[in-house]
Design a protein around this ligand. Structure first.
Ligand code: ASP
Length: 709
């Protein structure tokens, strides 16, 4: 009792105490870091230790990996990231006999480290503003589609020229503000990434989908990987003789962790935010896109769950996709709730009306921007009309049968049916047929075709109606899909290989129902691509103008939306009030995990973990002195989004105190609008990472490599 009330007092005190120290909205690009007065916010090291273009700094210890972020934590290329980032590497390595996903994976020797298939790392080496070079290709007479193409091509060309024949290097031009500013990034690439330590699923994903995007949290969402290069130090694909990569810089672990109110910062690769978009864009997502995707993902998850019940091999096969879909659908639900609660569309509309008044009151601005908002609105209205058609077509394009047949048909049309490319396609097809769960894939196909039938008549491709019939009953569409599949060449792998052997004429004359369907879908896709190019070209002009007008009105510069480039965000360990009469503290503990533990998935912590808590038979240095317990997760008001998964949480001295893995439910909407009130991200406390590695993984070798204990 005493302990609780002491903590409560501390929490309340901290909430008030920190009022003066505010985090700011912002995922700051490298170019902005030196302009931030981070010392005044609480940083204890020189800002050049974070980013120093002329020397080595913390930025050199950060990599992009598996769609998220990782950080080097040893001189031997050891990477700390999230369990959910390593997830697909672990599922790939798992079989029902060696279920590393369920049981965890520990490589106690370098030889035992297992290739994380399909993973690579990117490390930012340099950047350069190329806005002038990119926009210099736009000329007055260009149509919107030509403008979009010219910009895209120039971005690719600049990247390619910069890469030239440099080994280990890949370059990319990123759009910072559409139609306004572009930066060329140079990345070092590493192609051999291996699994080192992965906790059991019941730790790494403790709480599962119930707790995902939720606080309070007790998930040990971390894993260790290692980057390898060839013996000559150059980038190389996986090979036994490869050696650990020596990063320019690695991050030191701070085994003492952090406390409520402490200053923290994050370096990482946030994926996408939409903070500078107009009200119409947000309305389109709120009313049309997010509800559709969320409903479809829910349906797909349910279908896969039912199909794989009791079949562990199939569950492992589906695991990766299901996890991604579940993560996205819950995020969309959070966003929808947030958008409604905030009334963001209405707020932005009111703001845009004010902006229009300001533009009209200023002759110079009026001459440039009087029509901008109206035209921008018209583009989004047009998009709204066809948005569902575009989404369904793109989801259909990812149906495995459709995607494979489409590749085969393209190869036949191009005459690419012999040689290395064709062999690779053949091998790919053979492998895919071994993996596809036919019933599920046909089921998905039928549902999407059925969705097409609900669109306005002029948006329904004739080929789809011919294939699915004019059925409005989904079960009937499914029956037709199954029937067509039986009759089609693609019903078997051998049949698909036969199609690859056809010539163009034979393909053109084919009445195979799937060939006809793909032909129709391909034609539709061409229409959609042209529509998108036109829209993109229009948006590049209008969104640039919109932003210029807003900057003139608000008299400030804006931070570019997240775009998967390296960013810094800073803030404080801090709780929040998500709802009326509710206050969340910013740290969770082992006690909370044990209290939550029902023994049933996803609250089925390993027995050893519960025993450790009950007997307190562990080294007390893992405990937090104030909490008198092992801390598990923490909450902070930093500005993060997807892609920041796995980012290091660093203390005022630039040492590692945690690994970022999620946001609170209310914070999912911060992709559109950040707020001190609800924008809270979640990380695993480094002390829990070390605790789990030691006591569950018996991975003392890891702790030694990290320089602790
Ligand atoms: N857990 C999140 C993700 O997987 C990270 C975030 O978006 O904050 O996308």
């Amino acid at each position: 009792m005493l302990r609780i009330s002491r903590l409560t007092t501390l929490f309340v005190f901290t909430l008030f105490f920190v009022v003066g120290l505010t985090a700011d909205e912002g995922m700051y690009p490298l170019s902005e870091i030196s302009r931030l007065d981070l010392k005044a916010k609480g940083l204890k090291i020189d800002v050049s230790e974070i980013y120093n273009p002329d020397g080595v700094s913390l930025v050199d210890a950060i990599c992009q990996v598996g769609g998220g972020t990782g950080e080097f934590v040893s001189a031997d290329g050891l990477i700390l990231t999230n369990h959910h980032i390593a997830f697909s590497g672990v599922t790939n390595a798992s079989t029902p006999e060696h279920d590393y996903l369920r049981d965890g994976f520990t490589a106690s020797t370098r030889e035992a480290e297992y290739p994380a298939q399909g993973y690579m790392c990117r490390i930012t080496e340099a950047y350069r503003d190329v806005s002038k070079e990119v926009l210099g290709v736009v000329t007055d007479g260009m149509s919107p589609a030509e403008r979009s193409d010219a910009i895209q091509e120039q971005m690719k060309k600049l990247a390619k020229d910069a890469e030239a024949d440099r080994e280990n290097i890949s370059c990319e031009v990123s759009e910072m503000f559409p139609g306004k500013s572009y930066v060329l990034f140079t990345y070092r690439i590493i192609r051999d990434v291996r699994l080192v330590y992965v906790p059991p699923l019941a730790v790494g994903n403790y709480g599962g989908e119930i707790d995902n995007w939720v606080w309070p949290r007790h998930t040990g969402d971390f894993s260790f990987l290692r980057a390898y290069v060839g013996p000559d130090g150059k980038t190389a694909p996986y090979a036994k003789e490869n050696v650990p990569y020596k990063p320019k810089r690695f991050i030191k672990v701070a085994p003492k962790g952090v406390s409520d109110g402490d200053f923290v910062f994050i370096l990482g690769y946030p994926g996408r935010t939409y903070r500078h978009k107009s009200a119409d864009y947000i309305a389109l997502y709120q009313n049309t896109i997010l509800p559709y995707l969320s409903a479809r993902y829910d349906y797909m998850i349910e279908t896969m769950e039912n199909a794989s019940e009791g079949d562990r091999a199939l569950q492992l096969e589906f695991a990766d996709l299901m996890k991604g879909l579940a993560n996205a659908t819950k995020n969309y639900k959070g966003k929808l709730q947030g958008l409604r609660r905030l009334g963001l569309v209405e707020k932005r509309r009111a703001e845009e009306a004010e902006l229009q008044k300001y533009i009209e009151s200023n002759p110079e601005l009026n001459a440039k921007f009087s029509k901008t908002q109206k035209e921008l609105s018209a583009v989004y209205k047009g998009y709204e009309e066809t948005a569902l058609q575009e989404i369904i077509a793109s989801m259909l394009g990812r149906n495995q049968y459709i995607a494979m047949l489409s590749s085969v048909m393209k190869a036949v049309e191009k005459g690419d049916v012999t040689g290395e490319k064709a062999t690779r396609l053949q091998e790919f097809i053979e492998k895919q047929y071994g993996l596809i769960h036919q019933e599920t894939e046909l089921e998905f196909l039928a549902t999407l075709l059925h969705d097409f039938q609900k669109l306005p008549a002029d948006q329904r491709p004739a080929a789809v109606t011919a294939f699915a019939g004019s059925e409005t009953d989904r079960a009937k569409v499914l029956a037709r899909v199954r029937e067509a599949f039986k009759k089609s060449a693609i019903a078997t792998h051998a049949g698909m290989a036969v199609v690859l052997g056809w010539d163009e004429e034979k393909l053109a004359a084919s009445k195979d129902p799937f060939v006809e369907l793909v032909r129709g879908l391909n034609a539709l896709n061409e229409e959609i691509i042209l529509r998108r190019r036109t829209r993109d070209g229009e948006l590049k002009r209008l969104e640039a103008e919109f932003l210029d007008a807003k900057m003139a009105w608000q008299k400030k510069d804006f931070i570019p939306d997240a775009n998967s480039t390296l960013r810094l965000t800073y803030g404080y360990i801090r709780g929040y009030a998500p709802a009326d009469a509710t206050i969340y503290k910013p740290q969770t503990t082992l006690r909370g995990l044990v209290e939550k533990n029902t023994g049933e998935e996803p609250f089925n912590a390993p027995a050893r973990l519960v025993e450790l808590y009950n007997t307190r038979s562990y080294d007390k240095s893992y405990e937090d002195a104030l909490l008198e317990d092992v801390p598990i997760a923490m909450l902070y008001n930093m500005d993060t989004t997807g892609g920041n998964s796995g980012s290091p949480v660093l203390n005022a001295r630039g040492e590692l105190v945690g690994v970022n893995f999620d946001r609170a439910f209310e914070a999912t909407v911060n992709d559109y609008q950040w707020s001190e009130d609800y924008s809270r991200s979640i990380g695993a406390d480094i002390r829990y990472v070390l605790f789990v590695a030691k006591y569950l993984g018996q991975a003392d070798f890891l702790l030694r490599e990290l320089g602790v204990h």
